[in-house]
Design a binder for this molecule. Structure first.
Ligand SMILES: [Fe+2]
Length: 205
């Protein structure tokens, strides 16, 4: 899958040659995503699947925001920092130790370090940096709460979790979609923005 698939699905279009800097960024997005996929095929596929889900959900909440290319870049590149996570941790078929978990939790900031040389817009950086923050303040890296977390990242957190739950992981089989929907619903108001959860579940209905 390519960035254009995600963009065109929701009525947007990739920048043309008259906007060469954004066009170049689109190519950087696909190159970075390809490098993630080369390291770990499942994580690479997850980038685009979760971006499609998040775009669909955001479209039902804020249609204008859902067409912003800067936001979609962030959706696709959210886990680019996992390039820096050793395979013995990324593909570990069991629970992570405390030091391994500590390294895994650095991937949002590492992702920002990776994309920063390409001068991505702040909206892109925000999604990468805050996609593991939680509505109740218990997330990382900053422990942001509620609307301190950008809307796009609050939407993405739900899509990311749902896609992870319904995919095979090294340490467990994929959950049934009904079980994943129930877990997303159970996270409303704690892990996730309750309004986003309502929109997401409505979208899946
Ligand atoms: Fe992540």
């Amino acid at each position: 899958m390519k960035l254009a698939t995600v963009t065109e699905q929701w009525g947007g279009s990739l920048p043309g040659s008259s906007a060469s800097s954004l066009r170049s960024l689109s190519d950087v997005v696909d190159s970075l995503a390809a490098s993630v996929e080369a390291k770990d095929a499942e994580t690479g596929k997850h980038l685009y699947r979760s971006a499609l889900l998040a775009s669909a959900c955001l479209e039902s909440i804020d249609p204008w925001l859902a067409t912003r290319q800067e936001i979609i870049y962030g959706f696709v590149l959210h886990d680019v920092g996992k390039i820096a996570i050793p395979d013995r941790i990324l593909k570990k078929p069991g629970p992570l130790t405390a030091p391994e978990w500590s390294m895994m939790r650095r991937h949002p900031q590492v992702g920002v370090m990776i994309v920063q040389p390409a001068a991505f817009p702040s909206e892109t950086i925000d999604v990468i940096l805050t996609h593991h923050e939680r509505w109740d303040g218990g997330g990382y890296p900053y422990g942001l709460m509620r609307t301190e977390i950008p809307l796009a990242a609050r939407v993405f957190a739900v899509a990311d979790a749902y896609d992870a739950m319904t995919s095979v992981r090294p340490y467990r089989p994929a959950l049934a979609r009904s079980a994943a929907r129930a877990m997303i619903a159970a996270g409303a108001g704690t892990r996730f923005d309750p309004d986003v959860v309502a929109a997401f579940l409505q979208m899946l209905a």
